[in-house]
Design a protein around this ligand. Structure first.
Ligand code: NAD
Length: 473
C-alpha cells in the first residue's frame, strides 16, 4: 500500500475525501503535519447505508471464513508495521518502540479474537421437542475510539464485531485519525466492500453517530463525561452499548515488598504512554513502613527517565497527546502547588513547543486534592501514605471510578481478600496493569458498562436467539 497519498476515509470499499479537512498535529512539535478528511453528515449516512447493505452477505459468510479474513487483515497490518509505526508516533507522540508494541497488540487482538467461538446452548431436548439458544449478529456497529491507543482500542472493537458477523462504521479520535484511516484502507484488500468503513471528523461527528437510527450498537471508549452523553444519545433508539470509560486506578504497596525489586514495575505502571493509559496506576497508596524507600526509588526513576520526541532513539516518555490535555495537567499541578503540595520529582511543563510534562511525583497530598481525586491521564502520580490494607482498600474505593487496581505484597492470601473488596473490573497482584484478548475487561461504577475482550466481550456483539422446535405428529 502507498503511504504518500492524501488521507482518505473508507466508505463502501472506496477511498472518500471529506467535504473539508482538518489539521492533525504532532504533539512533540505542536505543528500540523497532515490533513484528515472531515466527514459530512451525508457521508455518515452513506457509511451507515453501505454497512447495512453489507450485513446479510457478511452474516451469511461462515464463521471460519470470517475468522480467516480477520487473520489475513492482521497479517496485512504486520506487513506494513514500519510505516504505520512512524505515522502512529507522529500523531500520537509515543516512542517508536511503544508504537510498534501497540500495532502488534492490535494484530494479536485480531488473531486471538478469531480463535473464539460463541456457545450454542441446548436448553431442553426430548425425542419430539428441542430448545436451543444461539447468537446472531447485532447488525451495524458504530465504533468510537480515543487518542491514547488509537489503533489497539479501535481493533478491540473491530475484531469481535467482524468475527461475530457485524459490519462496522469506525470513527477514531480527531486527535489521532491517521493510522486508523490507513488501516481502514488496508483492510479493503481483504474484506468485502462495506464491511469495515472508517470515517473521520471532529467531536461533532460523534453525536449523530450515537443517535443514528441505522446503527444498532455503539462501542465507545473514552472519558466518563462523554460516555454519559453517548448513553443519553443512544437511548431513543435503544442501541446496545459497550462503554469503556475513565479510571483513577489505585496501586497499593504493602510493607512486606522488596522495594528495589518492584520499583521499576510500579513506576512504569504509572508512566507508560506518558500516563495516558486508562488502567495506569493513578493513585499510589504506600504503607508508611516503606513509604520513604519507595518514594526515593521512584524519584530516581522519574529523574532518570528520558522524555522527548518519540521519533528519537532512546526516548522512553513522549509528550502528552494534545494541547487541551496538557493544559489540564498543568492546571492540576498548579492546584497541587497552591494547596501546599510538594513534588518529589517534576512538577511542571518542560520548556518546549511540544506538549511535554516532566514525570511528576506528588508527596503525600490530601485525599481530596484534585491530583488525587481526578483522573490525571498524564505523567503525574501522587504517592499517599497508608497505615494498613483496610485503610488502602477503603481509600481506593473512595472514587466514582472502578476500572482497575493493583496490589504489591508477598502475602497472597491478604492480596486475594483485598481484591475481593476492591471495587474494580480488573485487579493485578504483583504485576503492572495489563489486558488480554482472551480475558474480559470492563469497569465497575462509572468506569463503564459492559465488557470487552474474551468470550464475554465477544458476546456483546451478538443478540441471543432461543429457538424451540417441535415435531408434528
Ligand atoms: P473523549 O471522551 O474525549 O473522546 C473519545 C471519543 O469520543 C473520540 O473519538 C471523540 O471524538 C468522541 N466523542 C467526543 N464527543 C462525543 C459525543 N458527544 N458523542 C460521541 N462521541 C464523542 O476521550 P479521550 O480524551 O479521547 O480519551 C481519554 C479518556 O478515555 C480517558 O478518560 C481514559 O481513561 C478513557 N479511556 C478508557 C479506556 C477503557 O478501556 N476504559 C481506554 C482508553 C481510554
Amino acid at each position: 500500500m502507498r503511504f504518500d497519498t492524501p488521507y482518505a476515509m473508507t466508505i463502501g470499499g472506496r477511498r472518500v475525501d471529506g467535504g473539508r479537512t482538518f489539521g492533525v498535529r504532532n504533539p512533540a512539535t505542536a505543528e500540523i503535519f497532515a490533513e484528515a478528511p472531515d466527514c459530512e453528515l451525508a457521508q455518515l449516512d452513506e457509511a451507515v447505508e453501505v454497512a447495512r447493505a453489507a450485513r446479510s452477505a457478511w452474516r451469511d459468510t461462515s464463521w471460519e471464513q470470517r475468522c480467516r479474513l480477520v487473520r489475513q487483515f492482521a497479517s496485512l497490518i504486520l506487513d506494513n508495521l514500519d510505516p504505520l509505526k512512524q505515522l502512529l508516533t507522529a500523531e500520537q507522540g509515543k516512542p517508536h518502540g511503544d508504537a510498534e508494541g501497540e500495532l502488534r497488540r492490535a494484530v494479536e487482538w485480531l488473531q486471538e479474537t478469531a480463535t473464539l467461538q460463541l456457545p450454542h446452548i441446548v436448553n431442553a431436548e426430548s425425542p419430539t421437542r428441542r430448545s436451543f439458544t444461539r447468537h446472531t449478529p447485532v447488525g451495524v456497529v458504530g465504533a468510537i475510539s480515543p487518542w491514547n491507543f488509537p489503533v489497539a482500542l479501535s481493533m478491540w472493537k473491530v475484531a469481535p464485531a467482524l468475527v461475530a458477523g457485524n459490519t462496522v462504521v469506525l470513527k477514531p479520535s480527531p486527535f489521532t485519525p491517521l493510522t486508523v484511516l490507513r488501516i481502514g484502507e488496508l483492510a479493503q484488500e481483504i474484506l468485502p466492500a462495506g464491511v469495515l468503513n472508517v470515517i473521520s471528523g471532529g467531536d461533532a461527528l460523534g453525536p449523530p453517530m450515537t443517535a443514528h437510527p441505522g446503527i444498532d450498537k455503539i462501542s465507545f471508549t473514552g472519558s466518563t463525561e462523554t460516555g454519559r452523553r453517548v448513553m443519553a444519545s443512544a437511548a431513543p433508539t435503544l442501541k446496545r452499548l459497550t462503554l469503556e470509560l475513565g479510571g483513577n486506578d489505585a496501586a497499593i504497596v504493602m510493607p512486606d515488598v522488596p522495594v528495589a525489586d518492584i520499583a521499576e514495575r510500579v513506576f512504569w505502571s504509572a508512566f507508560r504512554n506518558a500516563g495516558q493509559v486508562c488502567i495506569a496506576a493513578k493513585r499510589l497508596y504506600v504503607h508508611a513502613d516503606v513509604y520513604d524507600e519507595m518514594a526515593e526509588a521512584l524519584s530516581d526513576l522519574a529523574r532518570g527517565a528520558r522524555v522527548g520526541d518519540g521519533a528519537q532513539p532512546g526516548v522512553q516518555i513522549g509528550p502528552v497527546q494534545n494541547h487541551q490535555q496538557h493544559s489540564r495537567i498543568v492546571d492540576l499541578l498548579e492546584d497541587a502547588k497552591a494547596g501546599g503540595g510538594r513534588f518529589l520529582a517534576g512538577g511542571e511543563a518542560l520548556r518546549s513547543p511540544g506538549y511535554f510534562i516532566a514525570p511528576t511525583l506528588v508527596d503525600n497530598p490530601p485525599e481530596d486534592a484534585r491530583v488525587v481525586a481526578e483522573e490525571q491521564f498524564g505523567p503525574v502520580l501522587p504517592l499517599i501514605k497508608v497505615s494498613s490494607a483496610n485503610d488502602a482498600v477503603e481509600r481506593a474505593n473512595r472514587s466514582i471510578f472502578g476500572l482497575g487496581a493493583s496490589i504489591w505484597t508477598r502475602d497472597l492470601a491478604l492480596a486475594q481478600s483485598m481484591a475481593e473488596r476492591l471495587e474494580a473490573g480488573s485487579v493485578w497482584i504483583n504485576e503492572p496493569p495489563s489486558t488480554s484478548p482472551l480475558a474480559a475487561f470492563g469497569g465497575h461504577k462509572q468506569s463503564g458498562v459492559g465488557v470487552e475482550n474474551g468470550l464475554l466481550g465477544l458476546m456483546e456483539y451478538a443478540n441471543t436467539q432461543t429457538v424451540v422446535t417441535n415435531e408434528l405428529a
